[in-house]
Design a binder for this molecule. Structure first.
Ligand code: GLY
Length: 360
């Protein structure tokens, strides 16, 4: 089992990565903490797959352990769902020494983190991400949120977990489409910070797609390590952390304008990264080779690279609603070379329109 540490002073924590570690979760927790009780928040389908391993491991070590199931899908990331859970936790007498455990993908992690940040002014929580996307991105770094009808992730807090446990075996049952979508975030880490990771992805695409353990371990560990270093430098996203949003401004617009029904987040991100790289070429920040390598790698992973048929002005309008946009100026992450990006403030609409209007 590999252990990475994310150094945030009193909010520091470990990220554990390995195989078959879910059944040891009770031991891993009790070695580090003394919870009065643990409550797992999960979906019924995830509980079916992994519940037995975790629940028996927990009850052997921690005397009181319960499970709260929430319906599958983004609609569970709501204030209404949070209220139902707070109520249930009060009924179960969860106190400030109780731990929440998020068992699932990004929706479960964000919702559980949000509840942990707010229940009785904050209780500890542990992330057990079960999708590639949540393992390399959302479970690490402390972004927690629920959605409002007017916008995703509009209510939330930066609130770090006490531990992240990544069991590579969970990927064996992940639908292939979701696995591929998670790879978009891994490609992102190569582009923003690690040319060696990017070359590894190019050379080992087939082994990765066939879930070779050593490859999975390398790409997940490297991605988490990159994210950890970025978050250590700028936990609250004052500036540097924004590099993690490479491709996301375009990607979010595509997700919003297609009502979150046509693309998984990683698929929209894939298209968004191609657009951000095209814009980088258009503005003279990098040469065309960079765009070609990014596009080819995403294609190798079976990810979409062409935007859907949307109006340029609608995309641009939606880009202004991104949380990273301030004072009505478009701020984008552009690529200089594989492994290096720049935060560019006040990007003009002219090159953006040129990129969006190009026939793909
Ligand atoms: N997903 C981007 C971040 O955690 O900052």
């Amino acid at each position: 089992m590999k252990r990475l540490n994310i150094d945030l002073e009193e909010r520091s924590y470990d990220i554990l990565i390995g195989r078959n570690i879910l059944s040891k979760i009770g031991e891993l927790i009790s070695k580090r903490f003394k919870p009065s009780k643990t409550t797992i928040i999960t979906h019924p389908s995830i509980r079916n797959l992994f519940g037995d391993k975790i629940e028996s491991g927990l009850t052997n070590i921690i005397n009181s352990s319960e499970v709260i199931e929430v319906p599958e899908g983004e609609s569970s990331k709501s204030l209404q769902q949070a209220e139902l859970i707070y109520d249930r936790m009060l009924e179960m007498k969860c106190d400030r020494k109780s731990f929440l455990i998020a068992l699932g993908g990004g929706v479960i992690g964000d919702l559980t983190g949000f509840i942990a940040a707010t229940y009785q002014r904050g209780i500890p929580f542990i992330q057990i991400p079960t999708t590639l996307l949540s393992q390399v991105d959302s479970s690490v770094g402390g972004k927690t949120a629920v959605n409002l009808p007017r916008g995703k992730n509009m209510i939330g807090a930066f609130y770090q977990p006490k531990l992240v446990v990544i069991d590579l075996d969970t990927l064996q049952t992940l639908p292939e489409k979701e696995f591929r979508a998670g790879l978009a975030e891994v490609v992102k880490y190569g582009v923003i910070a690690d040319a060696e990771l990017f070359t590894f992805l190019e050379n080992k695409a087939e082994d990765i797609l066939s879930l070779k353990s050593a490859c999975l371990e390398y790409i997940i560990e490297t991605s988490c390590a990159i994210k950890a270093r970025v978050v250590e430098k700028d936990e609250h996203e004052n500036r540097h952390r924004m590099i993690l949003n490479f491709g996301h401004t375009f990607g979010h617009s595509i997700e919003t304008l297609t009502n979150y029904t046509e693309y998984l987040h990683g698929e929209a991100l894939s298209i968004g990264m191609v657009q951000a790289a095209s814009l980088s070429v258009e503005t003279g920040l990098c040469n065309k080779d960079v765009l070609i390598r990014i596009t080819n790698l995403l294609k190798k992973f079976g990810l979409p690279i062409h935007p859907p048929d949307l109006k340029t002005e609608d995309i641009i309008r939606s880009m202004y609603h991104d949380k990273k946009t301030t004072h009505n100026k478009l701020r984008l992450i552009l690529v200089k070379a594989i492994g290096s990006v720049e935060i560019v403030d006040n990007v003009s609409e002219i090159p953006i329109k040129a990129v969006l209007n190009k026939k793909q």
